[in-house]
Design a protein around this ligand. Structure first.
Ligand code: ATP
Length: 217
């Protein structure tokens, strides 16, 4: 019997929303995995977050309150410099040993960008990759990525658990067209993005005045 898989959903979580939470929850159920949300410090591939790490963690803690299945792992926030996933996975692999399956959860948009990540091919030596459906994003992958998919693809209910790393799984999850960008835009326009993120998270954002419309000059 192999150990229970550990799956990681990295991201900026600026702010965390129901698209992240539902995807992480479905991955936990489908893979029978422990799932960690892993906020990034200085994401190398994208513009800097609006909220600082402590603020994003405050919202993540509110979002995860009251359940045990999804956890928060703040290790990337404690490390100086850019958050390279390959370094995080190396650290985790050393902690859990070679046999326990590790999975990197990626929305299709993040997965499509994988070939631009630092030492991306090395990721397959450290973890499986599980791709999460997300509406409105192209599944038009670069040739190098298509080659990896062809060699590594595995059904979610097939026997990937006996290996610690190296397979690519596509998870069939409920597609929620929710993004942090759209939530920030609604808040900046003075609107209320209710039901796109947990009530407690929205209430805290409003209390703190985060992402608020710029004060009129
Ligand atoms: P932004 O709009 O600021 O770019 P985002 O909503 O895409 O943010 P991130 O924190 O960048 O959120 O995403 C972290 C991870 O979660 C990525 O792998 C991303 O693909 C995935 N993800 C985000 N939103 C969804 C969603 N609605 N459905 C499935 N996966 C998602």
């Amino acid at each position: 019997m192999s150990a229970r898989p550990l799956a990681l959903l990295g991201g900026t979580f600026d702010p965390v929303h129901n698209g992240h939470l539902r995807a992480a929850w479905e991955a936990a159920e489908q893979l029978d995995a422990e799932v960690c949300l892993l906020p990034a410090n200085v994401p190398p591939h994208r513009p800097q977050p609006v909220l600082d790490p402590a603020q994003r963690v405050e919202l993540l803690e509110l979002a995860l309150a009251g359940q045990q299945r999804l956890r928060l792992d703040t290790r990337e926030l404690r490390r100086a410099g850019p958050s390279y996933t390959v370094d995080t996975l190396r650290e985790l692999r050393a902690e859990v040993g070679d046999a326990r399956p590790l999975l990197l959860l990626l929305g299709v948009d993040a997965f499509a960008g994988l070939p631009s990540w630092n030492r991306w091919l090395h990721l397959f030596e450290l973890a499986h990759i599980a791709v999460l459906d997300r509406p409105g994003h192209s599944r038009d992958y670069a040739a190098a990525l298509r080659g990896q998919i062809a060699a590594r693809r595995c059904a979610a209910d097939a026997d990937w658990r006996s290996q610690g790393a190296g397979r690519v799984l596509f998870l069939d999850i409920l597609e929620l067209d929710i993004s942090a960008t759209a939530i920030r835009a609604q808040l900046a326009a003075g609107r209320e993005p209710r039901y796109l993120l947990p009530d407690a998270v929205l209430a805290q954002i409003r209390r703190r005045g985060w992402y608020a419309p710029a004060a009129a000059g």
